[in-house]
Ligand binder design. Sequence first.
Ligand code: PLP
Length: 461
Amino acid sequence: EDAMTELTDLQTKAADHLWMHFARQSALEAGQTPIIVKGSGHHIFDDRGKRYIDGLAGLFVVAAGHGRESLAEAAARQAKELAFFPLWSYAHPPAIELADRIASYAPGSLNHVFFSSGGGEAVESAWKLAKQFWKLQGKPMKHKVISRAVAYHGTPQGALAITGIPSMKAMFEPLVPGGFRVPNTNRYRAEESGFTGTTEEEFGIWAADRIEEMIMFEGADTVAAVFLEPVQNAGGCFPPPAGYFQRVREICDRHDVLLVSDEVICAFGRIGHMFACDAYGYEPDMITFAKAVTSGYSPLGGTVVNDRVYEPFRHADAMFGHGYTFGGHPVSAAVANANLDLFEDEGLLENVRTNSPLFRSSLETLLDLDIVGDVRGDGYFFGIELVKDKATKESFDGPESERLLRGFLSKELWEAGLYCRADDRGDPVIQLAPPLTIGEPQFAEITEILRDVLVRAQAQL
Ligand code: PLP
């Protein structure tokens, strides 16, 4: 540790000047931060030329895989034609075409697209839109938002107030007032949330009813919206129990509360559909998206809004006084259109739907290890929960988790050639969300690496 290895030129510049996101600067300064220089298909390469499987699609982003010529070309073509113009009172063809296309993919009356440059901004926009919508309806007190424990919804101070991870908020309190939390759909640890039933359906109803309870605790006249991910990412991939979203929809209708499906991760193929609400058969009032809409070849996010919420904004001098310079950026919108062409030409949604059960069964072979408590998820989106004692589901405490995840697993998985996420925002989990292009041989390869590293992690305990 003390004998610092000589830093390369890039490492030195990084240590001197680059501020990392959600990461320890000390690792950067010690030269321990990987530097990624190239991507190709489902692989990435570091500055030493070593190759890794991109098991997280960058950050749930690179759905179509790395190195796609048609996306790079779409960006270049648009930059030459019209590199930039805002959507502030002027429009441009790439944003118009993309809005039309997204509306055609979105269910029911979700027909209007408000673009941003990323997911947190899409969430922020959805909350502001909900607040204004209720003011225009003559219900100005409806402003609060309900979301779930451990859910991540972004870092702007509004979106962070919707986020359910206290440690992530602590340094920035007080945040925007009005965020309230209910239990999530972690079935593996349902009893710890207070659920006493047995079946999946009972659990779905129980978890949905916590939302109604919170609406009533706070007063329906003060609640604007409920924000839920189709499959909750943070905590390690919690799919919705059967019947959950149907019950949530009923509750929202009963109390006149908007339902926002935060699909920043789940939209555009992660769950095998353009929009994941389709996978689970519910129709929200708004959908937030980002990430995979461009496969990351250029940044873009947005909020899809239904006819009802849009209606009061259509008339005379009404407007949504909100926007982002780069929202719906022409290059990003052109890239998104080309990316969605790839989705259609290559049948990426079908690939995910066909292969998801194989991915799941491959990962489930790891359940014979003592350290693997649960394998869960959907589509190309899985979490593996690690436990200290499988029989009691006892989890690792803070320092153990730190040693296991940061000290051992992250490093060893990386060394073994697999980029994925070892996370402890809830209980310790390994998360996988690879490009949507892969299939059975890659599942086997990923599982083999995981097995080898987990066996060694187990032996360490
Ligand atoms: N909402 C969800 C569900 C997310 O997973 C994320 C990011 O991972 C965000 C919002 C924030 O998106 P961004 O990082 O693009 O601001």
